[in-house]
Design a protein around this ligand. Structure first.
Ligand SMILES: [Zn+2]
Length: 79
């Protein structure tokens, strides 16, 4: 019998408790709020980090995306 084990973590968006696969940054709902240009930055930063460079670019990119998502949600809530 084989056991399927998926590592999961909480969505990176502020206040979101949804669990996502560990290779994903955010749940689908929040990731869809992240603009394309920021996704590109995140992937580029991740590439740098994985190729042995500093994680700084990646960490800054995900913080920007997190702030952007929080702002987008606040705007939606005001409507
Ligand atoms: Zn989420």
């Amino acid at each position: 019998m084989s056991v399927f084990f998926t590592r999961k973590k909480a969505c990176f968006a502020a206040g979101c408790k949804r669990m996502v696969p560990s290779r994903r940054l955010m749940c689908k709902e929040h990731w869809l709020l992240v603009p394309h240009s920021m996704r590109v930055e995140i992937y580029a930063g991740l590439d740098l980090w994985q190729s042995g460079r500093s994680p700084k670019t990646y960490l800054e990119a995900i913080q920007r995306a997190r702030a952007f998502v929080a702002e987008a949600e606040a705007k939606l809530a005001r409507k």
